[in-house]
Ligand binder design. Structure first.
Ligand code: SF4
Length: 229
């Protein structure tokens, strides 16, 4: 079975186990950018709460740009690292306004993927994952954001080299996952990482993709065997 067929099979099995991911709906790119900054080093629950608070207080991003860093930090306190994230958000909003004249990212729609990623990653505090999230969720572009779950699960499944760094993983997965499946792969693999293929204790014994997983077949059995003898 080639890699693309294996990916299709894995996603089919994950869909059956967890339900198909919500269908794609484009978000405002600046919203995606700020939401992703808030999500750094915290849970979705906390970052989404912080994002909802921000949107409640600031109807437009110009309002956040005009607000003091301490005020923003108070509003986003649920996301953790509030002072750092508040300063980062203000820097990003200010830089977008400086470049675009207003706080919108519509111009990225006309750029090729590499140029759009370059634009976003040149904003202070924006790395490859955040940039990829903006392109995928804000524009529907076929770029794979690689978070900690995707990085771990893709390695265990043997989809990327075990020694690959995060940058290589981003590029490799963007290239090997069929373009129309990138969105579903992103959501499905994160769900699998949270529920089953956990960082410290992967639940290989109940995993629906066990038969397609190199880690499950080799390392897991090896560790069981060593532990049992
Ligand atoms: S078999 Fe184990 S390591 Fe492989 S994907 Fe499933 S839970 Fe993860």
């Amino acid at each position: 079975m080639n890699t693309q067929d294996r990916i299709r099979k894995i996603l089919g099995l994950l869909d059956k186990a967890y339900g198909a991911p919500a269908s794609f709906a484009k978000d405002d790119p600046v919203d995606v950018l700020i939401r992703t900054v808030l999500s750094q080093n915290t849970t979705d629950k906390n970052s989404l709460k912080a994002f909802a608070e921000m949107k409640k207080v600031f109807k437009r991003w110009d309002g956040a740009l005009a607000a003091g860093t301490r005020r923003i930090a108070g509003i986003i306190k649920h996301a953790g690292l509030a002072n750092i994230k508040a300063a980062r958000i203000k820097d990003i909003l200010a830089e977008i306004k400086r470049r675009e004249g207003k706080i919108i990212l519509a111009r990225l729609a006309g750029l090729d993927v590499e140029s759009a990623l370059g634009y976003l990653e040149s904003l202070k505090g924006v790395g490859p994952k955040t940039a990829a999230c903006v392109l995928l969720f804000g524009f529907g572009r076929p770029v794979m954001p690689v978070d900690t779950h995707i990085f771990r699960v893709a390695k265990r499944l043997g989809l990327i080299d075990r020694k690959a760094g995060i940058g290589e993983a981003h590029e490799a997965l963007t290239n090997i996952v069929p373009k129309h499946l990138i969105y579903g792969f992103h959501l499905g693999i994160i769900e699998h990482g949270r529920r089953t293929c956990k960082s410290q204790t992967p639940r290989c014994g109940v995993c629906v993709v066990y038969g397609l997983c190199r880690f499950g077949k080799k390392e897991y059995f090896k560790s069981r065997y060593i532990n049992d003898t």
